[in-house]
Design a protein around this ligand. Sequence first.
Ligand code: SF4
Ligand code: SF4
Length: 349
Amino acid sequence: MIAAALKPPLRPILVHIIPMRQCNLSCTYCNEYDDFSKPVPTAEMLRRIDHLARLGALSVHLSGGEPLLHPDVDEIIRRIRHHGMSSGLLTNGYLLNVERIQRLNRAGLDNLQISIDNVAPDDVSKKSLKVLDQKLRWLAQHAEFDVNINSVLGSGMTRPEEARVVAERARELGFKGAVGILHDGNGQQIEPLNERQWRIYEQIVGHRGNSFSAFIHYDQFQKNLARGLPNNWHCHAGSRYLYVCEEGLVHYCSQQRGHPGIPLEQYAAEHLEREYHTVKQCAPYCTVSCVHRVAVVDEFRVNPTAALSQFFPQRLPMPVRVLKWLFVPKTQGQPTAAARLTVKLFKLK
Ligand code: SF4
Ligand code: SF4
């Protein structure tokens, strides 16, 4: 997927699409749900997926609200896979049971993400380890797709240790874990982490080691935000990342609705090209980590050596050094022998 993203033309690397804005929970910090909207009609969802395939999207994730409330979620996932795109699902986990997990297996789901906010439910959030632990055990036993457990840290959190408990439980069950930084209603960081929260952040991240996947998931973006520092990056939302709301409009992300606000069926290559270059003023303190990750691909595409030094300011981890030696050309525009061989083997031209 990364190889396909590196070569022209510009195509969306990741799309979040909403099959249903309604949610069965009501977390007080959330601005991405209601308690009344109907599912997007399945035929319309399938048309939207088909158009994303025409735009060349590589990965389409269903988000919400709660996407498992949609009666035809399996059919939508099947359509994503039918086009050869990678499929994902972001859920609060409440509706998972063994039968549901097996249906997701059969539909061909590639990745499922659950955010867990605390150890026991409270007034802010019911997405707690106590309620969801049985679901996680079912996932560990039956899921044939990748499972990511996300926890969150940020100002105002009085029990930051709970994020560590969640991350440890995810690791125990063999899942990938991630920790995000709490944001305001515009996707902006609220305050730097205090000393106690920072210590916990480092403990969670420290368990990841220096593997390549740790680099992808716990990048320098999040560390800067945790310290209250801005990031110097170009957000390619509207191009490499799309957020398609329940009304079928394309937005930069869930926190910047209305920009550009164009109906998906009218979205075309010229929009991808224009939004790739549009400067987003909200970028320096943006906490939307999936868009950060997508941007990393382009930083590598444009200047791999500079990107590596930015993301590993001290020393490159061994797997990354090997990849650099194999794939980063000494002279720009002259691919290495390994890069040429990869292109040939995977028929990338
Ligand atoms: S479960 Fe997710 S979508 Fe639903 S209210 Fe909570 S954060 Fe929002
Ligand atoms: S920088 Fe990009 S991803 Fe972040 S809030 Fe702004 S538009 Fe959304």
